[in-house]
Design a protein around this ligand. Structure first.
Ligand SMILES: [Mg+2]
Length: 183
């Protein structure tokens, strides 16, 4: 289970400073969209997200959006942010031969996302640095596709509990995380 522990976590993507990555020699960020940048209901990123990625880019970080969502959904977000993107990415089993990924050096790459079994596992499989953020607004059992989402969260929860309690020694952060997920 500890194989799914992220290398770092932030309570929001807005808390991440570009130096956090550049100090580690990271130059490429693969960033999830749904529930990491915007909620499932939102279509466009807000100004805060636009500002954040501009700031990242100004600090020589190359951002690629990496999403399992559809071309339509991902291209709208990618074009709004003027970023490269990969839709239907197949996380956690991404295609490393993808034109946007073939020149990425795994030791200089980080992945950011809200799900252990997709985002964090992608990083673990490929040797990327991994950053977990809580979902902005998780699906509940009553929502469309909510059941699957809740099952995934149920499976994540014991891993998160061990991670926060044993590795990070932070019961408070576990409680915070648990409050953010839809179960
Ligand atoms: Mg997500």
């Amino acid at each position: 289970m500890s194989k799914l522990y992220p290398d770092a976590y932030f309570k929001s993507i807005h808390e991440i400073n570009p130096e956090f990555f550049t100090n580690k020699g990271i130059n490429t960020i693969l960033c999830d969209i749904d529930n990491t940048l915007i909620t499932y209901e939102e279509k466009y990123p807000n100004n805060e997200i636009i500002k954040l990625f501009n700031y990242f880019s100004e600090n020589n970080l190359s951002i690629i959006l990496l999403s399992n969502n559809s071309k339509k959904r991902v291209s709208i977000v990618g074009d709004s942010l003027n970023l490269k993107y990969i839709y239907n990415s197949g996380k956690p089993f991404i295609k490393k031969k993808h034109i946007l990924l073939k020149d990425v050096n795994p030791s200089k790459c980080a992945v950011i996302g809200d799900q252990l079994f997709t985002d964090i596992l992608t990083g673990k499989i490929n040797g990327f640095y991994t950053v977990l953020v809580p979902p902005i607004k998780d699906r509940t059992i009553k929502d469309k596709n909510g059941l699957l989402s809740c099952i995934k969260r149920l499976l994540e929860l014991p891993i998160l509990k061990k991670y926060f309690y044993k590795k990070m020694n932070s019961k408070e952060d576990y409680i915070y995380w648990k409050g953010k997920i839809g179960i």
